[in-house]
Design a protein around this ligand. Structure first.
Ligand code: GLU
Length: 475
């Protein structure tokens, strides 16, 4: 998963976009680029490798303009070279794209037959040349973009700018996240609210099949048919402070030290301090009669699920299967309708877990998701959301988000056990008391000081070294 950042406004766009891309670095990427409008012309700068390479290029060859889009790429089609780096485009349009265009070969053949000339190996360039084709036919930018969007199949978040249309940006998404940020006389587009955090807290989250037409004065949301849509502006709790390093040397070190806070906040959501009982949101199913649960997740969320399985089986006596999400669809387990699908994901956008969610939904399985991002696609598609309150996790090896997932799973186990009559009130009281003790117990561990700090630094440095080694070995 990589990133998009864009701005239309009155200020110099390049530094804003570059900083936005830096805040998306945690997602991983292999190359990066920015395009702006300079005196109405589309200008691009792109570089393979780290964002610092792009920053150095921009020092040597600055990029003016107040309308700009930027991208960090994780190559899916074509090597991670400068030529394949986004933005892609022509003299008329520049686009950035996250995701995959499944039908790009068909579109590419059609466009080549119509005389369009491709320069890259990417699927994304098809979007640029399709929009460009419609512009050449005389359509204005919005109509050209909508007409192109209707042809795209796959998962995508896209941002586009157009020559001679200062202050215009068009965004669109389908099965990939995109958010619009509202500033004063400037609007932003970003892959998530982290990218936009220091710029604005007023954010509208786009949904599958949404298109947005942005100017410095406002945003119009619409379907790909051009029918108007309402997308409410929400105030995000994220602040620039939440994504700083806060004096720590590494994000991992900072995030390890946030454990007491994160566990405490997550418990606060799930335990009523007056009764000291676990309280779940209203459920559209009965935990007492659910015949079986199937846990599905990827990576460290899967490990949290493995622990959750032991708890649910032992304490609540609920039979539980567990699958890595990427295997779930292929295993096609014979599940009884009315079973519980328990999906776990930090971002709520993990592609395989989302696909597993949808395949479970087709089998009439109730969907309960444990997620850290409450405006995510999985959150929207679940029957019930149990939120971890871990805040942004920038470090790629998960720490606090994993622990917060365990915290939620522990509370869910208690509520399930109570409903199924396998835990009496005294048993619940004892488990809740132990959970409520956790924040201070964790704080004690971290205050034991240097050894832990040193360990966190060593782990973070080892990760950086491995990352660089990986980048050096990639083609
Ligand atoms: N599929 C596109 C490419 O390979 C976009 C990849 C991405 O999401 O960065 O360029």
């Amino acid at each position: 998963m990589c990133g998009i950042c864009g701005v239309v406004g009155l200020r110099h766009a390049t530094p804003i976009v570059l900083e936005g891309l830096r805040r998306l670095e945690y997602r991983g990427y292999d190359s990066a680029g920015i395009a702006t409008l300079v005196d109405g012309r589309v200008e691009r700068r792109r570089a393979a490798g780290k964002l610092d390479n792009l920053a150095s290029l921009l020092e040597r060859e600055p990029l003016a303009g107040k309308t700009g889009i930027g991208h960090t790429r994780w190559a899916t089609h074509g090597a991670p070279t400068t030529c394949n780096a986004h933005p892609h485009g022509t003299a008329r349009v520049a686009i950035v794209h996250n995701g995959i265009i499944e039908n790009f070969e068909t579109l590419r053949r059609e466009l080549e037959a119509a005389g369009q000339v491709f320069e890259t190996e990417t699927d994304s360039e098809t979007i640029a040349l399709l929009v460009d084709y419609h512009l050449q036919q005389g359509l204005p930018p919005k109509d050209a973009a909508l007409k192109a969007l209707k042809r795209l199949e796959g998962a995508y978040a896209i941002a586009m700018i157009f020559a001679d249309h200062e202050g215009l940006m068009i965004g669109a998404c389908n099965n990939a996240p995109l958010a619009v940020g509202f500033g004063d006389d400037e609007l932003f587009l970003g892959s998530d609210s982290l990218a936009l955090a220091p710029l604005t807290r007023r954010i509208a989250y786009m949904e599958n099949g949404d298109c947005v037409v942005m100017t410095p004065k406002g945003a119009e949301f619409m379907t790909f048919d051009g029918a108007p849509l309402e997308r409410p502006v929400q105030i995000t709790a994220l602040t620039a402070g939440a994504i700083g390093k806060d004096g720590y040397r590494h994000y991992m070190e900072k995030e390890l030290h946030e454990h007491p806070l994160v566990i405490g906040q997550t418990l606060q959501r799930m335990i009523d301090p007056a009764t000291r009982k676990v309280v779940l949101p209203d459920l559209p199913f009965d935990l007492a009669t659910v015949p079986r649960a199937v846990i599905t997740a990827c990576g460290s969320a899967f490990y949290a699920g493995m622990v959750g399985r032991y708890w649910l089986e032992e304490i609540a006596r609920l039979p539980v299967d567990i699958d890595v999400a990427s295997e779930m669809r292929y295993r096609n387990p014979p599940l009884t309708a009315g079973s519980l699908g328990l999906l776990i994901s930090q971002s709520g956008e993990t592609a395989d877990t989302l696909a597993a969610l949808r395949s479970l939904r087709e089998k009439a399985i109730h969907i309960l998701s444990v997620l850290n991002v409450e405006h995510s696609t999985m959150a929207r598609e679940s029957d019930v959301l149990l939120g971890t309150v871990a805040g942004p996790e920038i470090s790629v090896a998960s720490t606090k988000a994993f622990t917060a997932q365990l915290t939620v799973l522990a509370c869910l186990t208690i509520a399930t056990a109570r409903a199924r009559g396998t835990l009496d009130p005294l048993g619940e009281e004892a488990l809740v008391a132990a959970l409520m003790d956790l924040p201070s117990r964790t704080a004690e561990v971290f205050h034991q000081g240097p050894a832990i700090r040193q360990m966190a630094s060593i782990v973070a440095e080892a990760r950086d070294v491995l990352y660089l080694a990986g980048a050096a070995c990639s083609p």
